[in-house]
Write a new protein. Structure first.
Length: 70
């Protein structure tokens, strides 16, 4: 998912997607710990996706008080 696609989602969808990705990240960690992980690059890919979502959520939180003051 690109940053442009992330910006197009509403906040509820971002939170839902973040939850799904964190669950996937946990599953990948368990697979890695038990030696079952075949594609090790998927761990960093999921981590970057979570970071994209967190960045957008943070930007929205910072922008929200500015809108209330106007």
């Amino acid at each position: 998912m690109t940053q442009k696609e992330v910006r197009a989602l509403d906040t509820a969808k971002l939170l839902e997607q973040r939850g799904k990705l964190r669950q996937e990240q946990m599953n990948l960690r368990f697979q890695h710990a038990t030696g079952q992980l075949e594609k090790s690059h998927s761990v960093s890919k999921v981590r970057k996706e979570i970071a994209r979502l967190e960045t957008e959520l943070s930007a929205r939180r910072k922008a929200a008080p500015a809108k209330k003051g106007k």
